[in-house]
Design a protein around this ligand. Sequence first.
Ligand SMILES: Cc1ncc(COP(=O)(O)O)c(C=O)c1O
Length: 412
Amino acid sequence: MDFGPARNSTLHTVDRWRKDGIYPLFPVITEAATTRARIRQQRSMHPGDAHTGDHPVSVFGSADYLGLARHPEVVEGAVEAARRFGTGTYAIQAVGGYTELHEALEEATAAWFGLPSALLFPTGMQANLGVLDSLAGPRDLVFTDRFNHQSIAMGVRLSGAGAHVFGHNDPEHLEKLLQQTLREGHTGRRLIMVDGLFSADGDIAPLVQIADLAERYNALLVVDEAHSAGALGPHGRGAAELLGVLDRVDVLTGTFSKAFASTGGFACAGPDIVHLFRHTANTYLLSLGLPPASVGAALAALTVLAREGTERRRRLDDNAQALRAGLREAGIGTAGSAAHVVVVPVGTMDRTARVARRLAERGLLVGPLLHPVVPAGGGRLRLGVCAEHTTDDLTHAVHLISAVLADEGGQR
Ligand SMILES: Cc1ncc(COP(=O)(O)O)c(C=O)c1O
């Protein structure tokens, strides 16, 4: 079937990878712990390429940054919630899908971030789409970092607002765009939205400068803390807390699917804004709410982290620093990685796919980031560090990456 030029070309690449035996995506996990898993060896389309069975891998592709996914209290939180309210919500939240657990998680989430109110969305992606849907329309302008998560670009398109994309972590460019729209006499709402910790680059947004610009140009500031919530900042409130600007953020979005060891999205803001989301964000109103088990797990994770978060964040930070230092000592660049998301630039899509596949075969599971998630030619490995990784895990990862990149003729 003809799916159009862009999709045909992607499918062509995928078929070629399968034929060449380098297809690195969708490894089938057959047994998992936080930092270790067994994966089913994928078959390529090579004639005679045998199915070699399951093999163990060390996992550096997980977002269970604080190691809570198998914590007994978190698992029990999920089980107990499912026992009490069943496996789903069976109605949209406005008319019967909103339990007292959902209400408790909204309150606990707002309290976690020290912000007035919070609203839960089915996923972090839907939180971003819903926030943009509610806050921006065709008369408005949204300013976004070029390397923001795709959900933000999608949200801007869906909102119909004017899109202004500034260079990655480039507040000067942002200011030029803001000035230009003022000169053009724009009168609608202005909104600036950035990732706190960039998921494909591992660096942190310059939120102090961006908050200054938001104030100077009367724009709302929205920060997506998907990868930083729980994991960064003295209290685990994210990149804005780390940089001391949390009180200057108008809306904070995030997900329970990473450091909070569950699933589901949230948006925190002042009561008026959350009231607006509750009654106008279609991804909240028209999609069923979080399953009770996810709510119960997230509530339990917040309780565990209130007790153990500081220590877990310290271990996460130590591990992230050790991994970056180990890679550096092995002569491997990590671009702007500044926290527990560590990226290793590799180059073309084929090379990145091949390296990720070879690493999986040799016992290391990492995420290959490929075009269009990253710019063409900017393929990279994405390593998610966890508090539960041991020194041996980190050394093993550096050793394997170094060996496979050397086989490939070094880093590009
Ligand atoms: C920066 C960012 N925002 C939002 C999301 C979406 O979160 P969820 O998985 O809950 O949809 C992700 C997912 O990885 C992300 O990286």
